[in-house]
Write a protein that binds this ligand. Sequence first.
Ligand code: DQA
Length: 139
Amino acid sequence: MKKILIINGPNLNLLGKREPTIYGSQTFEEYFQTLQSLFSDVDLHYFQSNHEGSLIDKIHEVGFTFDGIVLNAGAYTHTSVAIADALSAVTTPAVEVHISNVHAREAFRHHSYLSSRVKGVIVGLGLKGYELAVRYFLS
Ligand code: DQA
């Protein structure tokens, strides 16, 4: 059974309440249940933190044993050399996901420190992006 971890970064614990016109009105906990039933043959895990170091600790923890990491690092995407280094330090491949189309938003969201360290990037497809990222690891 493949082991895949979804990691959400800062403010993504507020999905459902946070700027619903941009991020939708579903909580991630609800959506994660949908993912678990879609991928009943996958050992799917979920972790969220608002703290950069906790995200790095989690990448280290799973990064030599899991088959894939689906990472939405939220605003740390645009600021964190440390998370980029963590992705390079581990052997587990990652896919970067953004719910909104960051390229259609403010200029500071157009650059990602993480994109060069991941297999691929999915942006702007809403929560569906997480499903597509999980599917990538199964193909
Ligand atoms: C986000 C986009 C980021 O720019 C923002 O800071 C987020 C969410 C997204 O999923 O669209 O927190 O990663």
